[in-house]
Design a protein around this ligand. Sequence first.
Ligand SMILES: Nc1ncnc2c1ncn2[C@@H]1O[C@H](COP(=O)(O)OP(=O)(O)OP(=O)(O)O)[C@@H](O)[C@H]1O
Ligand SMILES: [Mg+2]
Length: 380
Amino acid sequence: MHLEKLSLTNFKSYEDARFQFGQQVNVIVGPNGSGKTNLLDAIYFLSLTKSAFHSQDILNINHDADFFIIDGSFVTGEEPVTNAEHKRVTQITISLQKGQRKILLADKKPYERVSEHIGRFPLVLMAPNDTDLVREHAEDRRHFFDGVLSQLDTDYLRDYLAYQQVLKQRNSLLKLFADSESHRRTGRTGAQVDNDLLDTYDEPLLNLADRIHDRRQRFVQEFLPAFCRHYSFLSEAREAVDITYESEVGKPDFREEFRHFRRRDTMLQRTTMGVHKDDYLFTIAGVPLKKFGSQGQQKTFVIALKMAQFDQLQAEKQVKPILLLDDIFDKLDDQRIGKLIELMERDTFGQLFITDARPERTRQLLESVKAEVRFFEVGE
Ligand SMILES: Nc1ncnc2c1ncn2[C@@H]1O[C@H](COP(=O)(O)OP(=O)(O)OP(=O)(O)O)[C@@H](O)[C@H]1O
Ligand SMILES: [Mg+2]
């Protein structure tokens, strides 16, 4: 599977641009701020229907425009595709007009659900800020694992989206109760906390939470062996690494506790327990990586996470995911770059996109890789 053509209209810094990519290595070069990462983000968007960097779609519209269009052709079938007859092309178009809903089309036809698209053209991104995964909040870690699972498992993605929806509705209801309670205190009339009404949200929420919890737990077990293998390959170290899924949802008395905290939820106007509070604990030699891991260990950890994601996707989908390497050569040390190049030499990857502000360095590094390498200069 590979992305053959891409055309961008008013996407971030690109007003109007067209690209014809190679099936193997594509190197995007240009000075700082020239749009290299923006181009990777457009590819990310095409595969996952959102930006890797902005949660608000509208921020991806060029500042001088009021819409964007990303249009790309994915080729599927045998790899490498040499015979034009065996080539299957799918045209994916994503567009957004200010004030309207985002439109996603496959061969000019809308999908019934977005979840049918996610995972169809699998993709893995490695970017410089990936170590946020280790250093920052539980939300970042959930986001990573949810992203991996969403591409792997459509049922999971549906449950996840449904959970978000019910959670939002429950929180709105809590807010309504809290507002009316404060009205009552000031002598005005208002609705009381309606336990029956809350039940109608809690039941589906808790059922979805159970399913999401089970899938996340199972996933970590499936993911761990590949992850540990990659970590020891990259580091050549013997320290043991581990990932533990931490959730209140699996506890035997979770449902009772959840009900017990209704009052607290109403006061705080949000749902304080559930799978949206889960975390994943990363450890190295038995201690938390966040606190005790060196920068090098943290970087190796996140690359191993991404490599394991690549493996899981490949095993499930039977295709090599597209791999985006943003600024990796600039941010990694020689040993880790050497390991990535070793993997490229071994033909581990399918289509690759690499950005680099210093094209000569990439040229040199890729010398030993026997793959077709195409260079694209952006921002001229
Ligand atoms: N919505 C937008 N409209 C217009 N320009 C935008 C928009 N979003 C981002 N840009 C511009 O894109 C540029 C940054 O592009 P990008 O991050 O792709 O650069 P880069 O080539 O990856 O740089 P670096 O080498 O520093 O990583 C900035 O100049 C920014 O102003
Ligand atoms: Mg960049």
